[in-house]
Write a protein that binds this ligand. Sequence first.
Ligand SMILES: [Zn+2]
Ligand SMILES: [Zn+2]
Length: 165
Amino acid sequence: MRLELCEIIDIPGESRPFDYELDKAALEFDSVLEYEGPVRAFGTVENEAGMMILKGELDADMRCRCDRCLAEFEKHLRLNVAATLVEELPDEDDSELYLIDGTQIDLDEIFITAFVLNMEQVTLCKEDCRGLCPTCGKNLNEGPCDCRAEGDPRLAVLRQLLENN
Ligand SMILES: [Zn+2]
Ligand SMILES: [Zn+2]
């Protein structure tokens, strides 16, 4: 969505709220199986003494797949998003600066970028997820598997020593 800023762009102290749904087609990630309900982006753009400041939040309920153990789980995502909107981008890279196009700002660009950056981190069902046994594939969150001892390289060395004697 494009937000029109002409009414606040020259008037310090003025602000403009927004609240809309992001297009889920732009939000496809391997670890997200499904979105439950709308993906909402809301907040305000405020003219703070001539600086155009966006403060917003992104809100989504989704069913995810754990990157480590492949279990499905529900996740409520709430992301704070902040950006400074400028009429000219400086030469150096600043990821929090976004260009105002005429008198409008592309909210999708800001919120989709924030979402993508967040999804680049690993998605885990819990922080200390134990994952799957590389040998038998058992979900180790549900308890140890039988082949765990065999798979330990230190024990394999020991076993070889015993066999050689
Ligand atoms: Zn997991
Ligand atoms: Zn195993």
